[in-house]
Write a protein that binds this ligand. Structure first.
Ligand code: XIL
Length: 379
């Protein structure tokens, strides 16, 4: 980072960038995440068309070598599969599946019921007025039945519902809940059980290390069991920061889910190294140089002290995961490389984040090496 760009204060606070120090010294062509953790859990990754299509063959090869399960980053969401009522488009999803099957990978379907990336018509009747409970349930059943018919047993895990709770454990207000009613999670999982008898049914959410939210999900599982509603697994997204959540909170949530008697999946792991920007959602950094310097400080490279912090964090996280391997089915990363991460564009667009295990040139980072090394610490 040029001194003039970073300013004296930041230069003093951070070690210089030293890209080589941030890279792995182990040979990533000889060691794989999936192989290293084979006795513990599967290691998956979310991919998009640039990876499973022809656009980035190096990324496609890297994924094939390092991972043994995949999630489509967007292709199974409602707006991708059924943008218009009754018009199902499986082109992208099928290309993704072909890639997964060619590499013998487990497939995770993400996601059926969510309040994002779902077209508005789903919640309306033919006169564009709000749909009734019966109409929405019928629409959902048609959608599920089309998916079940098309995919059959090629999708082994389904995120049936994504993000239904607020951080305090109360139910989130979404059109699904408002229209179907307070029992909507039961209704949705019952339908999923009917249409996907051979797939594992997952409830997926973020910030599940927060006690209120964690307990709400445990209660959901217990309630389902009492009422005879099938659920097979909890997916904990794990969009983490360098310091938060604490390893203790992570450990407690993994234990709580295992204790509820379901499989546990870490479903969308990444580690955000940039300053928090939730309050600046939607900001255009190109219009505000000061804000841009503040929220997007590592445009050229990551200072070595932050790279070291990230590497340590990744190692620590996998040490916790490994201790829970008895109940942990898989750990899935939300993207292949720093360049592919959604965190470059969320919550504000156009930042340079370093959230994953491979750098923008697809080189294995120190973070990757610490993950590999963590496996032998917990053998
Ligand atoms: C993100 C994708 O990575 C982006 O490409 C897309 O623009 C928005 O959605 N939680 C989820 C995922 O459950 O579906 C989100 O994926 C990331 C947060």
């Amino acid at each position: 980072m040029a001194e003039s760009a970073s300013g004296p204060a930041e230069t003093a606070a951070h070690a210089r960038c030293d890209t080589a120090a941030g890279l792995a010294t182990l040979d990533a062509t000889k060691v794989s995440l999936a192989q290293t953790y084979a006795q513990k859990f599967k290691v998956g990754v979310a991919i998009n068309g640039r990876v499973y299509g022809d656009e980035d063959p190096a990324a496609a090869a890297l994924v094939g070598a390092q991972f043994n399960r995949v999630t489509a980053e967007n292709e199974f969401k409602w707006q991708s599969l059924e943008r218009q009522p009754g018009v199902l488009d499986f082109t992208q999803a099928d290309a993704f599946l072909a890639y997964a099957e060619q590499h013998g990978m487990e497939v995770h379907g993400h996601t059926i019921v969510w309040h994002h990336q779902v077209p508005g018509w789903v919640f309306q009747n033919d006169a564009a007025a709000p749909a009734t409970r019966q109409q929405l349930l019928a629409r959902l059943e048609q959608h599920m039945s089309a998916l079940a018919k098309h995919f059959g047993s090629r999708v082994q895990y389904w995120d049936v519902v994504n993000e239904a709770f607020n951080d305090d454990g109360s139910l989130r207000d979404t059109p699904w809940r408002t229209i179907i009613g307070a029992d909507y999670l039961d209704q949705v999982f019952l339908l999923a059980g009917k249409h996907f008898p051979d797939a594992k049914l997952v409830y997926n959410d973020f910030s599940l290390e927060k006690p209120g939210k964690r307990d709400a999900v445990v209660n959901l599982v217990q309630g389902f069991k009492e009422r005879g509603v099938r659920i097979d697994a909890i997916g904990t997204q794990a969009h983490f920061q360098l310091q938060s959540p604490t390893l203790e909170a992570l450990d407690a949530s993994l234990s709580a889910f295992a204790g509820a008697g379901v499989e546990v999946l870490v479903s969308e792991l990444d580690v955000d190294v940039l300053p928090p920007a939730y309050k600046n959602q939607g900001a255009d950094l190109s219009l505000d140089a000061e804000l841009s310097a503040q929220l997007n400080p590592y445009t050229d490279c990551l200072p070595s002290d932050v790279a070291e912090q990230a590497a340590r964090r990744w190692g620590d996280l996998f040490e916790v995961f490994a201790r829970h391997s008895e109940h942990l089915h898989s750990v899935t990363l939300w993207g292949v490389s720093d360049g592919y991460s959604w965190l470059n564009n969320w919550p504000v667009k156009g930042r340079t984040n370093y959230a994953l295990l491979f750098d923008r040139q697809l080189r294995a980072k120190q973070s990757w090496q610490r993950v590999i090394e963590a496996a032998s610490r917990t053998r």
